[in-house]
Design a protein. Sequence first.
Length: 290
Amino acid sequence: MKNPENNLESFWNPLDLQATESVYRAWLEREGPSPEVFTWLGRAEGALGRFGDARTSLEKAEKGIEDEAVISAPALKIRWLIERARLYILDKTPYQARNLLVNAWELARKTGEDSLAIETAQLLSVSESLKSQQEWIARALEVAEKSQAEKAKHWLGSLYVAMGLKLYDLRQFDKALAAFEKSSHFSHEQGLERESLGARCLGGKVLRTLGKLEEALEVQKAVLLQLDQAGWRDGRVYEEMAEIHHTLKHEAEAQQYFELAYRELSSDAWIVDNQPVQIKRLRSLGKVKG
């Protein structure tokens, strides 16, 4: 069975999900039904919050996955398992995703699909206990660092960030800082400057947490300068600038950055749904009216 997994993946754009869905629907109209396209369409529909449509698409995909396809194209089966599990996570029933993800992990490791194994481990890392989350990220890192596949290596920047965030939650701040620095360095070497700056911002957050406010401020100023030069905006950097100035009692500067952070982050539906207390705090301290 033909497997256009790589071609279909190239059309995935999380910044424009409606356009992504349209591409997959056009593919279906042009090429006819296939389990691969229904799987990617289901992912797009789920990300858009249309869980019923996503379930229908994934059910259609499942019917088209024959036993022999698992042998000749294991990526197809693994991708379906991942997307079915991701839908459970998005629908806030992550406990239903675990068996699917474990099956995907085992099949990916057995068949040498390193990138899919890493993607599976990352999803497992958001649906387990804090200790288990760290263990799954460590497994993903081990696969990425040892893999000969370029696609698997590309995961390293985000994996170092994920590990840094877990270490931060566990209050292992020195290790978290080292992980963010590794991520920034790796992303810079790969030419992924925005990802590199994001990791540097997180490193600055660690410094702020450690009470190294002046050092943290210099880090965020440097990050903000590079973002401005590239024409990028980042609500998390504004938020960090605000928190540092707030702690230093620089109230005018703090209010300015709290407002910028609120206006940027409140446009992200996921953040609004999952971090309402933080959004409310940014709005209050930024003295945003209306």
